[in-house]
Design a protein around this ligand. Sequence first.
Ligand code: ADP
Length: 303
Amino acid sequence: MNISIEELTKIYKNGNRAINNINLEIESGMLGLLGPNGAGKTTLMRILATLMRPSSGNVKVNGLDLQKNRAEIRAMLGFLPQDFGYFAKLRTWEFLDYSAALGGLRNTAERKRAVEEMLHKVGLYKFRDRFAKKLSGGMKRRLGIAQALIGNPKIVIVDEPTTGLDPEERIRFRNLLSDMSREEIIIILSTHIVGDISSTCRKMALLNKGELKFQGQPDELINTAKGHVFRIKAFETDLDKIKEKYPVISTIPSENGWDVEVVADKIDDYPADIIEPNLEHAYIYFMEFVLAQHVEIAEEEII
Ligand code: ADP
């Protein structure tokens, strides 16, 4: 599978440029689309899910044009929108059965088999007779992913699936997605939570203010932060000053005060050790330093 996005732009009626000239090649496997709120993730997801037309640019899915071949592309798609959670008065299995029928599974026996298999996969078989409305938040999300996955879609798009989930459900959800991630399908997972990406996605793309700022492997982003993550040994009295001066990632009590992890280009005012960055460090470093410097340069150029 391949999705090829070329010079894609979406300007809303009020003039908001939600995505700006995005070029991105997506291959089979799981892609994590990361960015802060307002970055343009939902807009991009909705365009890819054929629910919204772009203002300009092209998207090709295995060579098919997204605008001209909407029906064929829709037949390949499973979508879990951000605001998923409305259920008519249907039991859990009925809801999935209905989704499967909408997805084109016409044969009743086949559909029944597919629904049962999916209920097992997402751990909802025990709750199949419960009204979907009465499921817990985490279970509703699992039902959401089940309806997106039923009928073997070739492209699965999930928008902010872990928002509002407790840590246990979040891990469960991530594992479920990575189990589904097979070679021949594309899964696109959009999130503003770095942890959703680090454990599951081999490829990632970073959006900020409608622009694609990074694409590659999480490890490549991590490499950009090497040498820029520090652990400061701080006394209680230093904490406020440190927080003012540096982006702080964590503050952990230590024997004599606090171990404070920060990102910085260098630290010369406190005792500090360089530590190995993880993806969360790298994301913060990228947003606070790499992008901020680009913005400064761009502004100088304008002047
Ligand atoms: P994300 O999913 O990353 O939070 P969105 O795609 O929802 O980002 O939003 C990108 C930008 O587009 C934001 O500035 C948002 O305010 C704006 N936006 C989103 N939907 C609309 C809309 N229907 N009309 C006008 N502006 C919108």
